[in-house]
Design a protein around this ligand. Sequence first.
Ligand SMILES: [Zn+2]
Length: 423
Amino acid sequence: MFDLIVRGGTLPDGRVADIGIRGDRIAAVEPRIDAEAGAVIDAAGDLVSPPFVDPHFHMDATLSYGTPRVNASGTLLEGISLWGELRDLATVDEMVERALTYCDWAASMGLLAIRSHVDTTPDHLNTVTAMLEVCDKVRDYIDLQLVAFPQDGLYRAPNGRENVIRALDMGVDVVGGIPHFERTMTDGAASLKDLCEIAAQRGLMVDIHCDETDDPMSRHIETLAYETQRLGLQGRVAGSHLTSMHSMDNYYVSKLLPLIAEAGIAAIPNPLINIVLQGRHDSYPKRRGLTRVKEMQSHGIPVGWGQDCVLDPWYSLGTADMLDVAFMGLHVAQMTHPDEMARCFTMVTETNAAIIGLEDYGIRPGALASLVVLDAATPTEALRLRASRLAVISKGKVIARGPRGDAGLNVPGRPATVRRRQP
Ligand SMILES: [Zn+2]
């Protein structure tokens, strides 16, 4: 007897299976389960995936687009300046409400685990108070992991370092930083040494906004790799963005990639935001600014796509759809080989789950019963269609249902409905 059976779906690896769920756990994954169930979801012909995971987001700023103004230049720096105003205007309740609305969107999209950076710059730390409250409120259906993020610099902001420590003491999970925004390259390097030591002492993970610039001399990733190695933090550190690597000298990168791999650092490019923010100071040719995704992967470096922003001072679009993120990444990184397209789907599911350290993730007996049924036959088709979510199951409960992406058609001699699946 199962509480729920998801019947006949195609798993991302191509197997067709029934998935039996008891309580909040997957109890069986078999070609055919002949047993009673409290409820059954028919997934025949549809893709059944573990949930989407976003390893890089800003939940404190989300859904604030246009407040207090839109970002007229479209640059990172104007976005930081706008956010600097907004974070002192917004109340805790307003930030909680916006974040909860975003989590509704995420739940409906099967996005069930999110790592969010939380700005620790303002002394009031309302951002941290609000996001800790959101963590508690969504705990039953979304795993929200928080990063203490000194947006205005660990040393550049008056109480930058002290406030990171306060946020960690309040219960924030991960140590963040922004070395390229410190006053000098030397301060940037010193901030990484400091932050990695804090993480080592406290047994925490590290996720750095690292080299989010077009300046090829922004080489903080080198320092991050060194400190990770020195302090034995392998497997616990991520470099987010790494966009300067796009513009670096190829000879230098040939030395750098093995150092990143040796340090066990994961990379989190954010293609939606990177393609709109980078290259803004260029005329033509205009650089894409995405980091070297395929080259990293060929060195064994884990790379996962992050979303970063939805409707905030930096990005004016977004729907909490990690398939949008992977779709953009696929294009900008030119990952068009069939294996690469399929990998882009893995990069917003399994790879991201591993990067943020999710336990009990996946489609196997004993794992958490969190699944998404998609209106697509394969992972690549899910990307092509940005497929509709037919059902979202979180920890054993069906939390969202949606219609197929079909449309009615009124064309003489042609079918009455159209479904854009590959024939
Ligand atoms: Zn970010």
